[in-house]
Write a protein that binds this ligand. Structure first.
Ligand code: N01
Length: 546
C-alpha cells in the first residue's frame, strides 16, 4: 500500500544539491553517473585522496578480488565493458583501482567529487525537507536526498591490544596499507587474524620476512584461486555471450556465475560421486566449491561432507599434522563465514620461517615494546600486521551522526540491530538511501551487480518523485517490520547464523547478534524491488506539496 502525506509547510530553504552521495567506490561512482545522466545535481564526498573505496584502502600484499574479473565489472556501459581488458582471472587490487580511475576519467566524474572529506553528520530538517550534511572540513551542504555509498566493509576495527602504543616496531592494518608498500625483508613479522585479507597476505609476507608468526583465533575454510591470465578462449566466449551470461547471473540467487550452483543434494549423491564433484571444483578453483550441492547451506549433514573435504585437503597440504589440525576449521559449518580464496595459503605453513600460534590455546595478553606476549610465550617482532577485519555492514553508517525525524540517531534506532525495508531505506529517515545496506543481498552476492541494481532503483525512484512533484519518500514501519522478519526467517532457515561471523556482528564486541545481509536470493530480491516500484513504491510513504 502506498501512503500519501500532503506536506503542510512549503520548503523554506532551497537545497544546494539534489543529492549528496557519501563515498566514491564502485557504488558512489555509478550513483553519481546515473544521477547526472538524469539531470540531478549531486556532490560526492570521499574521505580518501582518490576514488576506489575498498580498493583504494586495501593495498596489502596479495590483495585481489575473489569474484572473477569478467563478472566483477560494471555493466551499465557497453563501451566501457568492451574497451576494458582485465588481464587475470582474479584482478589484483592495483588493476581494480586502475579500472575505477579509468571509469572516473572516462565519465568525467571527478568534478563532482570532493576528496579528503569525511561526512561527519547528516541531519534531516523536517520543516524544510532537506538533509543538512556536515563534513570534516566544516562545510555544510543541503541536499534533498542523501545517498550512502559507504560500503559494507569500510569501517575497519581499530586494533585495541593492550600495550600497542609502546611497541617499538612498526604496525600496519591491511585495511589502511601504506601507499608506498612495505618491505618486510629480513624482519620478524606477526600477522594477527586469518580472514580473507590475512589469507591473501600471508603467503607473500612469508616470502619476504625472516620469520612470520601467524596468530590465529579462528581457522577459516579456504579454497585455491587458481589464478592466471584470462585465456583468449575464455575472452572470446565472454565477448560472444556476455549479455546472456549477465542476464543469467542477475536472475540467479547468487549472481556470480562461477559459483555454478548445482541443483542436486549432497546427501542424495553417492559418496564417491560426491567426492569427484568436490575434487573437480577444487581443481577448477575459486568459490565454485560452495555451489557443488544445493543443500550445503541448509543441512548440517550435507555441509559436513564439504567441510570434511576441505579439512582433508588441509591435512594433505600442511605437512605437520599438529599444524594441519590447528588450520582445520571444526566448530562452524563450511561457507557460513565468508569462504576465503587463496594462493598457496596452507602450503605456506610448510615453510621453515612460518609459525602458527593458536590463540584459542594461548591468547594474546599484550603487545610489548619488543613484540607480543601470549599466555605462554613472548615473541620479538619488527612489525605487526593487523588483519582483524571490519565493523561490517553498519559501522560505516553508524559512525556518521545521522539523525532523522525527531532528531533520532540512526545509531540509536539500530541499537538492537539494523532495521530497513529492502536494505535501501530505514523508517524515520526520509530521503536517505543506503546502497547495499543491511537487509539486502550485498555481500552475499556480487557487489558490483548488487550496487548497480540499487543505484538503478534509487535513480528511478528519484525520477518518479520528481515527475510527480513529490518531495519525500520514507519506508513505513509496517513494511520495515515485515521485511526484517523476512530477512531473519530466511537466514534462520540456513546454517549461516551458527557461525560467529561478521555477517552476524560477532567480531565486534557488544554488537547485537543479527544476521545482516539478505540471503533469500538476489534474483527474487531484485524482482521484489521492481514490484515495489511498479506498485508506486508500495511500503513507502510518499509526500508532496499541495
Ligand atoms: O576480516 P575478517 P578480513 N584477536 O573479519 C581475527 C572481504 N574481503 O579483512 O574469526 C585475534 O574476515 C578474526 O578472528 P575471528 C571478505 O568479504 C574480500 O580478512 O573473529 N584475532 C579473523 O581471523 C571478507 O570476509 C577479499 O575469531 C582477531 C580476522 O582477524 C571481509 O572482507 C579480500 C581479533 C579478521 O577476519 C573481511 O575480511 C579481503 C583479535 N582481537 C577481504 N580480532 C577478496 O575479495 C579479529 N581477529 C578476496
Amino acid at each position: 500500500m502506498v501512503i500519501w502525506i500532503m506536506a503542510d509547510t512549503p520548503s523554506k530553504a532551497a537545497a544546494e544539491v539534489d543529492a549528496v552521495i557519501v563515498g566514491a567506490g564502485f557504488a558512489g561512482l555509478y550513483m553519481l553517473h546515473r544521477l547526472r545522466g538524469l539531470g540531478f545535481s549531486a556532490r560526492v564526498f570521499e574521505a580518501a585522496t582518490g576514488v576506489g573505496g575498498t580498493w583504494y584502502w586495501n593495498r596489502y600484499p596479495g590483495a585481489r578480488c575473489d569474484v572473477e574479473s569478467l563478472e566483477y565489472s560494471y555493466t551499465f556501459s557497453e563501451e566501457l565493458d568492451r574497451e576494458w581488458r582485465w588481464t587475470e582471472r582474479y584482478a589484483s587490487q592495483p588493476e581494480i583501482l586502475r579500472y575505477l580511475n579509468h571509469v572516473a576519467d572516462r565519465f568525467d566524474l571527478r568534478r563532482d567529487i570532493q576528496f579528503e572529506t569525511t561526512v561527519t553528520a547528516a541531519v534531516f530538517a523536517e520543516a524544510q525537507n532537506v538533509w543538512n550534511v556536515e563534513t570534516s572540513r566544516g562545510e555544510r551542504v543541503q541536499a534533498k536526498f542523501c545517498i550512502m555509498a559507504t560500503g559494507c566493509l569500510s569501517s575497519a576495527k581499530k586494533p585495541d591490544f593492550k600495550g600497542l602504543e609502546d611497541f617499538a616496531g612498526k604496525w600496519y592494518q591491511t585495511s589502511h596499507w601504506p601507499h608506498e608498500g612495505v618491505d618486510f625483508s629480513g624482519q620478524r613479522v606477526a600477522v594477527i587474524g586469518t580472514g580473507s585479507s590475512a589469507i591473501q597476505a600471508i603467503p607473500i609476507i612469508a616470502e619476504q620476512a625472516a620469520h612470520l608468526f601467524v596468530f590465529q583465533r579462528t581457522p577459516n575454510y579456504s579454497v585455491p584461486a587458481r589464478n592466471g591470465p584470462i585465456t583468449p578462449e575464455v575472452m572470446d566466449d565472454w565477448n560472444l555471450n556476455r549479455a546472456r551470461y549477465r542476464q543469467r547471473a542477475r536472475a540467479s540467487a547468487f549472481p556470480i556465475l562461477s559459483i555454478d550452483m548445482a541443483d542436486r543434494s549432497a546427501l542424495a549423491t553417492p559418496p564417491e560421486e560426491r567426492e569427484r564433484a568436490y575434487e573437480e571444483r577444487w581443481q577448477r578453483g575459486g568459490v565454485c566449491l560452495a555451489g557443488a550441492f544445493s543443500d550445503l547451506i541448509v543441512n548440517q549433514e550435507a555441509n559436513d561432507t564439504a567441510a570434511e573435504f576441505v579439512r582433508a585437503k588441509i591435512r594433505e597440504t600442511a605437512r605437520d599434522p599438529a599444524v594441519a589440525e590447528k588450520l582445520a576449521p571444526k566448530d562452524y559449518p563450511f561457507g557460513t563465514k565468508r569462504l576465503c580464496v587463496d594462493t598457496g595459503y596452507y602450503a605456506t605453513f610448510n615453510r621453515e620461517n612460518v609459525s602458527l600460534i593458536d590463540l584459542r590455546c594461548t591468547p594474546i595478553e599484550a603487545v610489548t615494546p619488543q613484540g607480543l606476549r601470549t599466555s605462554d610465550a613472548s615473541f620479538e617482532l619488527d612489525s605487526i600486521v593487523f588483519a582483524t577485519g571490519f565493523d561490517a555492514m553498519t559501522g560505516a553508517l553508524t559512525k556518521i551522526d545521522i539523525r532523522g525525524n525527531g532528531g533520532v540517531a540512526l545509531k540509536e534506532k539500530w541499537s538492537s540491530g539494523p532495521r530497513t525495508f529492502l536494505g535501501i531505506m530505514t523508517a524515520g529517515f526520509p530521503n536517505l538511501f543506503t546502497i547495499t545496506g543491511p537487509g539486502s543481498p550485498s555481500v552475499l552476492s556480487n557487489m558490483v551487480v548488487a550496487i548497480e541494481q540499487h543505484a538503478d532503483w534509487i535513480a528511478s525512484c528519484l525520477t518518479y518523485l520528481r515527475e510527480r512533484q513529490l518531495v519525500k519518500i520514507e519506508a513505513t514501519e509496517q513494511a520495515e517490520n515485515e521485511w526484517v522478519a523476512h530477512v531473519n526467517e530466511v537466514a534462520n532457515a540456513t546454517l549461516y547464523p551458527r557461525a560467529n561471523s561478521w555477517y552476524v556482528g560477532a567480531n565486534v564486541p557488544g554488537k547485537p547478534r543479527v544476521f545482516m545481509p539478505y540471503i533469500g536470493g538476489f534474483g527474487s530480491y531484485s524482482e521484489k524491488c521492481d514490484e515495489v516500484a511498479e506498485k508506486g513504491y508500495a511500503g513507502f510513504a510518499l509526500s508532496a506539496h499541495r
